[in-house]
Design a binder for this molecule. Sequence first.
Ligand code: 13P
Ligand code: SF4
Length: 297
Amino acid sequence: MEMEIRALKTQKNAIIMAHNYQPLEIQALADVVGDSLELAVKAKEAEADLIVICGVRFMAETAKILNPERKVIIPVLDAGCPLADFLTPDMIREAKKRHPDAAVVVYANSTAESKALADIVCTSANAVKVVASLPNDTILFGPDSNLAAYVQRELPDKTIIPLPPGGHCYVHTGFTLVDVEAARRKGGVIICHPECPPEIQERSDLIASTGGMVRGAAGEGEPWSVFTEREMVSRLRVLYPGRIFYEKPEAICVDMKKISLDDLRQALEREEHEIILSREVMDRARLAIERMIAVGA
Ligand code: 13P
Ligand code: SF4
């Protein structure tokens, strides 16, 4: 199967990009593995005829928006992100009416239609930097209320309004104080994703995006208890053999596990499933994503 996929990749002049939460066998076949921001930047630069995104739908949409002349496909169409579905375009429109002076910052984990209404997009790698770059005192921030709380703590002079108030990722809100206590008994460092609830963030030693975890794990401090989707730890073990990492076995993003090797093979063979978005939505969303890329990581 792997050889077939590699042959199809060459034949189609395709590039395969995988998120850090993808199963290891998919990561092993990818040309690029990274966090949401890294995938977006690489997708923008890609010159291949076919861009295959192994992740969830918003990542494929972002790739299409940034590189609209290329064919962008996702092997399984219903690989979504429940967090992204918390925020609707109508919520943004209504909140803008209530807060006309506020800037709208939309997390990458959102639909293309929501991004099209944003002043700027952010990922977990650059949310603080993005908000700090804005002149507005008030920020409408969605859909992740825990990431919003993290930004609020880092930037106390801003007023961050979460949109909607309870938007969250079920994988990250699954981390509890019991997990913190268990990790403390093991010793070492707790690193959490900013989608974890505030009480977990406050008790962690480090807070980082998945890309930040890859970079940070090169440093000191052992063992590492990693509070995010468990596949992150599989990747860290590949990158840093010999170092000790602990995952939470129940921390699984179901949608990130929907793409199998056979789905990837079929997707390459049939060039399916193509991401199609309206030109108007893409043009507006691109402005907001490119503003984010200009701010940097
Ligand atoms: P990263 O941008 O940190 O990879 O996060 C994406 C994500 O979906 C986290 O759950
Ligand atoms: Fe969405 Fe959570 Fe899965 Fe990330 S881990 S893709 S935020 S559901």
